[in-house]
Design a protein. Structure first.
Length: 115
Protein backbone atom coordinates (compact mmCIF):
# COMPACT_ATOMS: atom_id res chain seq x y z
CA UNK A 1 0.00 0.00 0.00
CA UNK A 2 1.13 3.54 -0.63
CA UNK A 3 2.08 5.72 2.32
CA UNK A 4 -0.63 8.22 1.45
CA UNK A 5 -3.53 5.81 1.08
CA UNK A 6 -6.30 7.88 2.67
CA UNK A 7 -8.84 5.04 2.70
CA UNK A 8 -6.70 3.09 5.17
CA UNK A 9 -6.70 6.09 7.54
CA UNK A 10 -10.44 6.76 7.65
CA UNK A 11 -10.67 6.04 11.40
CA UNK A 12 -8.01 8.63 12.30
CA UNK A 13 -9.20 12.19 12.75
CA UNK A 14 -6.15 14.25 13.69
CA UNK A 15 -2.82 13.93 15.47
CA UNK A 16 -0.70 16.73 16.93
CA UNK A 17 2.38 14.54 17.20
CA UNK A 18 4.80 15.56 14.36
CA UNK A 19 6.42 12.09 14.40
CA UNK A 20 3.13 10.20 14.20
CA UNK A 21 2.95 7.52 11.52
CA UNK A 22 -0.28 5.92 10.45
CA UNK A 23 -0.32 2.19 10.99
CA UNK A 24 -2.54 0.25 8.67
CA UNK A 25 -3.34 -3.43 8.96
CA UNK A 26 -1.75 -5.37 6.16
CA UNK A 27 -2.50 -9.02 5.60
CA UNK A 28 0.68 -10.99 5.23
CA UNK A 29 0.67 -13.60 2.55
CA UNK A 30 1.55 -17.10 3.70
CA UNK A 31 4.93 -18.44 2.67
CA UNK A 32 4.80 -20.67 -0.38
CA UNK A 33 5.19 -24.33 0.46
CA UNK A 34 7.56 -26.50 -1.52
CA UNK A 35 5.90 -28.36 -4.42
CA UNK A 36 6.28 -31.71 -2.63
CA UNK A 37 4.33 -30.33 0.34
CA UNK A 38 1.44 -28.90 -1.70
CA UNK A 39 -1.77 -30.94 -1.72
CA UNK A 40 -3.60 -29.84 -4.89
CA UNK A 41 -7.00 -31.01 -6.12
CA UNK A 42 -7.98 -30.82 -9.79
CA UNK A 43 -11.71 -30.43 -10.54
CA UNK A 44 -13.92 -30.11 -13.59
CA UNK A 45 -16.58 -27.45 -13.22
CA UNK A 46 -19.32 -25.91 -15.34
CA UNK A 47 -21.43 -24.13 -12.73
CA UNK A 48 -22.26 -20.50 -13.49
CA UNK A 49 -20.21 -20.61 -16.68
CA UNK A 50 -22.92 -20.92 -19.31
CA UNK A 51 -22.41 -24.68 -19.67
CA UNK A 52 -18.73 -24.34 -20.57
CA UNK A 53 -16.32 -26.68 -18.82
CA UNK A 54 -13.28 -25.39 -16.93
CA UNK A 55 -10.53 -27.16 -15.03
CA UNK A 56 -10.02 -25.88 -11.47
CA UNK A 57 -6.90 -26.37 -9.39
CA UNK A 58 -7.54 -25.79 -5.68
CA UNK A 59 -5.51 -26.09 -2.50
CA UNK A 60 -2.46 -23.98 -3.37
CA UNK A 61 -0.79 -22.53 -0.27
CA UNK A 62 1.49 -19.59 -0.90
CA UNK A 63 1.97 -16.11 -2.26
CA UNK A 64 -0.28 -14.69 -4.94
CA UNK A 65 2.70 -14.16 -7.28
CA UNK A 66 3.62 -17.86 -7.08
CA UNK A 67 0.00 -18.82 -7.80
CA UNK A 68 0.04 -16.56 -10.86
CA UNK A 69 3.30 -18.14 -12.05
CA UNK A 70 1.92 -21.68 -11.70
CA UNK A 71 -1.26 -20.65 -13.53
CA UNK A 72 0.76 -19.13 -16.34
CA UNK A 73 2.78 -22.33 -16.73
CA UNK A 74 -0.37 -24.50 -16.86
CA UNK A 75 -2.18 -22.23 -19.32
CA UNK A 76 0.87 -22.03 -21.59
CA UNK A 77 1.43 -25.79 -21.62
CA UNK A 78 -2.26 -26.49 -22.28
CA UNK A 79 -2.47 -23.74 -24.91
CA UNK A 80 -5.60 -22.17 -23.45
CA UNK A 81 -6.70 -19.17 -21.41
CA UNK A 82 -7.73 -18.94 -17.81
CA UNK A 83 -7.15 -17.04 -14.61
CA UNK A 84 -5.76 -17.31 -11.10
CA UNK A 85 -7.85 -15.71 -8.37
CA UNK A 86 -9.18 -16.42 -4.89
CA UNK A 87 -6.55 -19.10 -4.32
CA UNK A 88 -7.53 -21.25 -7.29
CA UNK A 89 -6.41 -21.64 -10.88
CA UNK A 90 -8.99 -21.71 -13.66
CA UNK A 91 -7.96 -23.31 -16.97
CA UNK A 92 -10.49 -23.06 -19.79
CA UNK A 93 -11.68 -26.41 -21.12
CA UNK A 94 -11.47 -30.03 -20.02
CA UNK A 95 -7.73 -30.43 -19.42
CA UNK A 96 -7.84 -32.34 -16.15
CA UNK A 97 -5.64 -35.25 -17.27
CA UNK A 98 -3.01 -32.94 -18.76
CA UNK A 99 -3.01 -30.61 -15.73
CA UNK A 100 -2.55 -33.54 -13.33
CA UNK A 101 0.31 -34.82 -15.49
CA UNK A 102 1.99 -31.39 -15.65
CA UNK A 103 1.67 -30.83 -11.91
CA UNK A 104 3.03 -34.31 -11.12
CA UNK A 105 6.03 -33.73 -13.40
CA UNK A 106 6.66 -30.40 -11.66
CA UNK A 107 6.87 -32.16 -8.30
CA UNK A 108 3.42 -31.25 -6.91
CA UNK A 109 1.23 -33.78 -5.14
CA UNK A 110 -2.15 -33.64 -6.80
CA UNK A 111 -5.28 -35.74 -7.20
CA UNK A 112 -8.34 -35.65 -9.37
CA UNK A 113 -11.37 -34.61 -7.39
CA UNK A 114 -15.08 -34.35 -8.08
CA UNK A 115 -16.98 -36.31 -10.64
Amino acid sequence: MADNDWKARLGMVYSTDPDFHYRTAQDEEPATLAPAQQELRVWLDRKQRGGKVVTLVRGFVGREADLQELARMLKTRCGVGGAAKDGEIIVQGDHRERVVDLLTRSGYRCKKAGS
